[in-house]
Design a protein around this ligand. Structure first.
Ligand code: ADP
Ligand code: ASP
Ligand code: MG
Length: 450
């Protein structure tokens, strides 16, 4: 059971988590193992920790330390609201020590005005370390037999700081050493999501929104019956609720559909979440921690549904890179050279289209875009267009609905389309357009199809 940032935002939210976990365990057949609980940092805490790192990088030690102190106060207030007596004192002491240690580190980093990616991970990891400690203590206070487990003693990753990838074999070995015995003793392990450690013990993180991924990794290692993602919406919706006014819940999705939607911007699931679930064929359920009795969205290998569409997704503020061969046509080897550049700078491309002389790709991570463009200019002309967006229509059987594409184009009307693509899987139709047009495009498509 994974609870996101808004589901552990404050003492009331954490109390709801206690009730949800208790009810879930009580509803299982007698003798069932307890759930494993994974939590994100409290809502907005990761953003705060990233700002702390930014202050340190800019050399502003006092601001960085003040922000750490503000975060400590927020955690301590919640800790005191949820626990009493010795437990409260121990928890507040542990939090104060951890944040105090961080304050010292960021002041030192600010003096040096350097924050490496490893430092960054060390700073942001505190969000999940702290929230998971509070949740574990809140469980104990309410007589749920919880045990706090440091997620870095279970999740083993490579050393790609801020975007680390799990080592599944090593992680599953650690899970059988450090998690399975806990549930066998009928204790509920409570761990932070998002954070991991390399084989030599250096703290890493899995990328923003990575707690979903952590939960799926632990679930796959322990071969659980279901992976539950508890969040602040009723499930996967037919469109991003921040863009389209009243999207509906999608009751059932296939693994492939959920992956496509997550990849193309449905933030409710981290894009890698489905991978571990697929390997063990474990159902994933998305549920609302404010409305725990609602059925949510169930994600399984296959799906039966009336109609061809599952949902729409949009990914905002992407950059289109047009790469034109400086020869009149694309010599063989051009594509290889081109993609090698993106690989060298560890930048994923989302949508790709080609013509006789040019290739257009979209990228979301522009951290290394200047370096990428410079490297591409060795053998091509390069144009970048910012503030673009990807809008996708996703459904397992889109290929069986030939009129669907025409209907989409008709709905979009005069909105200018920059790229259009239908993936080989034929599970999605994707449009790249100006970010300013996203609301209109999504609303029109949603009206036409849902
Ligand atoms: P958590 O903190 O629980 O991980 P997130 O903020 O990461 O929650 O994800 C939930 C949010 O995802 C929702 O509040 C919603 O704004 C956004 N979202 C975007 N697209 C969708 C979609 N298709 N269905 C549901 N939620 C979506
Ligand atoms: N706390 C992390 C983030 O905000 C991970 C997560 O919430 O899943 O990105
Ligand atoms: Mg999330």
């Amino acid at each position: 059971m994974k609870f996101g940032g808004t589901s552990v935002a404050d003492a009331d939210a954490m109390t709801r988590v206690v009730d949800i976990v208790r009810r879930q365990w009580e509803s299982q057949p007698a003798g069932s193992p307890p759930p494993v609980v994974v939590v994100s940092a409290l809502s907005k805490v990761t953003d705060g920790l990233i700002r702390t790192a930014d202050f340190a990088r800019a050399g502003d030690g006092p601001q960085a330390a003040a922000l750490v102190d503000e975060l400590l106060q927020r955690h301590n207030t919640i800790a005191r609201a949820l626990t009493t007596g010795q437990r409260a004192d121990d928890l507040v002491k542990a939090l104060t020590t951890q944040f105090g240690h961080l304050a010292g580190r960021v002041k030192a980093l600010a003096r040096a005005k350097t924050v490496t990616l490893a430092d960054h991970d060390m700073i942001v990891a505190l969000g999940e370390l702290a929230s998971s400690r509070i949740v574990a203590s809140a469980f104990q206070e309410q007589n749920l037999p919880a045990l706090w487990v440091d997620a870095r003693d279970v999740l083993v990753s490579d050393g790609e700081h801020t975007i680390a990838a799990p080592d599944m074999d090593a992680t599953c070995r650690k899970a059988s050493q450090n998690l399975a015995p806990v549930t066998a003793r009928k204790q509920i392990p409570v761990l932070g999501g998002f954070i991991a450690a390399t084989a030599s013990g250096v703290t890493t993180t899995l990328g923003r929104g990575g707690s979903d991924y952590s939960a799926a990794i632990f679930g796959a290692c322990l071969d659980v019956g279901e992976i539950q993602i508890w969040t602040d919406v009723d499930g996967m919706l037919t469109a991003d609720p921040r863009v389209v006014p009243s999207p509906r819940v999608v009751p059932h999705l296939s693994f492939a559909e959920a992956s496509e939607l997550a990849f193309f911007g449905a933030k409710v699931l981290h894009p890698a979440t489905i991978l571990p679930a697929v390997t063990k064929n474990i159902p994933v359920r998305i549920l609302n921690s404010r409305q725990p009795r609602n059925p949510g969205t169930l994600i399984t290998a296959t799906v039966e549904r009336d109609g061809h569409l599952a949902a729409l997704a949009c990914k905002r503020d992407v950059t289109v890179v047009d790469i034109t061969s400086t020869r009149m046509f694309m010599a063989h080897g051009f594509l290889r050279r081109l993609f090698e550049v993106f690989e060298r700078y560890k930048t994923a491309v989302d949508v790709v289209t080609t013509s006789e002389v040019s290739v257009s790709v979209t990228v979301d991570n522009t951290r290394q875009l200047d370096e990428i463009a410079a490297a591409l200019r060795d053998f091509s002309e390069v144009d970048c267009e910012h503030r673009m967006a990807i809008v996708s229509i996703v459904g397992e059987t889109l290929n069986e609905a030939p009129g669907l594409f025409a209907k989409a184009i008709a709905a979009l009307g005069e909105i200018p389309l920059r790229l259009v693509s239908q993936a080989a899987s034929r599970r999605n139709i994707t449009f790249v357009l100006r970010d300013d047009d996203v609301t209109a495009a999504m609303t029109r498509l949603h009206e036409a199809f849902f």
